[in-house]
Design a protein. Structure first.
Length: 241
């Protein structure tokens, strides 16, 4: 029993500190860009931007599991830009992330991501830099955003040695106001409820686009309720608690 616990601990610690895909950034120009971006994010007050003018980037990640601090890692990132309730379909981002290890058989079957795709993909430091150039200072949107947030925090620190500063808005932030007590959880459940067609489930870009459609519908509904910006929604949620 003691030996089993010791082996389990070693596996966890090995996974925690393993960083084949998370090599630290060293280019001073890249670091300067990230720091400038952080300053721009801090200046921007998205809470008072009218919904019609609010620019966000809706994104999704596919991962090897749920626990980045136990060795799970990001496999792919997909994203699409939006302004108000309009999805800017021509402005998308998608990339796999290098690893010399393929996903588990279960994850490969679920996502379609293979080791062959990962070994030719760029390293995560390059993917993150390109992703942040794509996002700029816009707020991020994700479905069940705690998953994305913990992986981005972990990847940011290991690959860039910087904190993760972008605001992430969860889709439930709006749906809790428009449909309190609806009881939906998964992206599939929301897509079924709103009649949203997802072209390829568990593909980061297609899931991001489906999430963008959900965000778009939610924006339209909160506007019909009379809310004009995110601050209005925060205030209403505080009253509901």
């Amino acid at each position: 029993m003691v030996m089993h616990q010791l082996l389990q601990f070693v596996r966890q610690m090995t996974g925690r500190f393993h960083s084949d895909a998370y090599a630290s950034i060293s280019d001073p120009k890249q670091l300067a860009y990230i720091r400038d971006l952080h300053r721009e994010i801090k200046k921007r007050d998205v809470l008072h931007i009218p919904f019609d003018e609010l620019r966000v980037v809706v994104f999704d990640i596919e991962t090897t599991g749920f626990y980045p601090y136990k060795g799970d890692r990001i496999l792919t990132i997909g994203a699409v830009k939006m302004k108000g309730d309009h999805i800017l379909n021509e402005n998308t981002f998608y990339s796999a992330i290098y690893s010399d290890r393929g996903p588990s058989e279960e994850i490969e079957k679920l996502t379609g991501i293979t080791k062959e795709q990962l070994v030719v993909a760029p390293p995560i430091r390059d993917v993150l830099q390109r992703f942040y150039q794509f996002v700029g200072s816009d707020a991020l949107v994700a479905h069940h955003s705690s998953h994305e947030k913990q992986f981005m925090k972990h990847a940011n620190w290991l690959a860039l040695r910087t904190a993760f500063h972008h605001r992430i808005l969860d889709t439930s932030f709006l749906t809790e106001v428009t449909h309190p007590g609806l009881g939906l959880h998964t992206l599939d459940e929301y897509c079924d409820y709103y009649g949203i067609i997802n072209q390829q489930r568990h593909h980061a870009l297609h899931d991001a686009i489906a999430t963008a459609k959900l965000w778009s519908e939610s924006i339209r509904q909160v506007k019909q309720f009379g809310y004009t910006h995110l601050k209005d929604v925060y205030t209403q949620l505080a009253k509901m608690k």
